[in-house]
Design a binder for this molecule. Structure first.
Ligand code: ADP
Ligand code: MG
Length: 319
């Protein structure tokens, strides 16, 4: 690079009508260099000459392997040798993969968030929307579920009730929507209704109800699975009302239940509390009522374990 004095001289001479050739000869500077400074009208930033690399033309392959092997360049280097017959140093691989680091960081954060969410959710089983057979469940509008998968309802603090008999896919959908919400960066807490109620009752007895309500108010989405399978104490209904009130219009609740809302008075053992709970839950909400046959029973019937007429009672206890 030329010093600033030489650059100023070149530019000044150029402005007074000297040609590049004459300036170059007079100052003893390469003609192309003079041309470059004349074109720029001043100092030009230093550009590192592009070095060709044995990895040129393999960017897509490198990116895929780099992300697949979680940024481990040494493994990528070994695969280069094995699969493409390219022998190169670790430094060369690291240099070629530098551009993929940001992408790797994003992928890592997403994975960590989902893993943490799975722990928080004490996930009963991995279920996805891709794995949900909409044809087998015509009472569900796939468009509505796709819209729910965008997570907008969570952003708006709405409630979602998934109602229907056992085995029709309520928990499956709840878990799949939980995953979609986590993917979109929302904090989610997943709990069975029984565990949630037990936690609230215990906190109340220990004089820590406020603390517990605060903890349960934090996640942007609270999934309460299987409300109604076990009858609740009237005291639990009041605790549940407090929880719903805390979250009302601020954060979303997803509840799955085998009982229609008209029967929640019996579920909570207190018609007044149930009305107050439903008043808040239903204000900004979507209610999806799933009808049809239990998927579990259908599978059992298909395998000949069960006659069609002999359906419900014994298997509902699995839920
Ligand atoms: P529910 O919560 O309504 O009692 P689940 O969601 O637990 O029912 O469903 C019972 C089983 O049947 C689960 O393994 C679930 O993945 C499966 N299942 C139910 N409905 C469907 C469906 N439409 N497509 C794929 N799997 C389904
Ligand atoms: Mg269920």
């Amino acid at each position: 690079m030329l010093d600033s004095e030489a650059v100023t001289t070149i530019v000044r001479l150029g402005q007074s009508g000297w040609g590049a050739k004459r300036i170059a000869r007079t100052l003893g500077i390469a003609r192309n260099t003079v041309r470059r400074y004349l074109a720029a009208g001043g100092p030009v930033p230093y550009r590192q000459p592009q070095r060709s690399s044995v990895l040129d033309g393999h960017a897509a392959w490198l990116r895929e392997r780099f992300l697949q092997h979680r940024g481990n360049c040494d493994v990528v280097r070994q695969q280069l040798s094995r699969e493409l017959g390219i022998e190169t140093s670790l430094c060369t691989v690291e240099r070629a993969c530098r551009g993929f680091l940001a992408e790797r960081e994003v992928a890592r954060r997403d994975t960590r968030r989902i893993q943490m969410g799975m722990k928080l959710a004490r996930f009963p089983c991995m279920r996805t929307l891709e794995g949900f057979d909409f044809e087998a469940q015509p009472s569900i509008d796939p468009g509505q579920i796709r819209d729910l998968a965008t997570g907008r309802w969570v952003g708006h603090g709405q409630a979602l009730l998934l109602l229907g008999p056992p085995g029709v896919g309520k928990t499956h959908l709840a878990v799949a929507l939980w995953r979609e919400a986590v993917d979109r960066g929302y904090t989610v807490l997943f709990s069975s209704a029984a565990a949630l109620m037990a936690g609230l009752t215990k906190a109340h007895a220990d004089g820590r109800l406020e603390e517990k309500l605060l903890q349960l108010s934090k996640p942007k989405l609270l999934i309460i699975d299987e409300l109604g399978y076990l009858p609740l104490e009237p005291a639990a209904a009041h605790l549940f009302f407090q929880l719903v009130s805390r979250r009302y219009e601020r954060a979303s609740v997803l509840i799955t239940s085998n009982r229609p809302v008209g029967e929640w008075g019996q579920v909570f053992g207190d018609a007044v509390a149930a009305t107050a709970i439903l008043d808040r839950l239903l204000h900004h909400s979507q209610v999806i009522t799933i009808r049809g046959d239990s998927c579990r029973l259908r599978d059992k019937r298909r395998s000949g374990l069960l006659q069609k007429a002999a359906a419900p009672t014994p298997i509902t206890s699995e839920n």
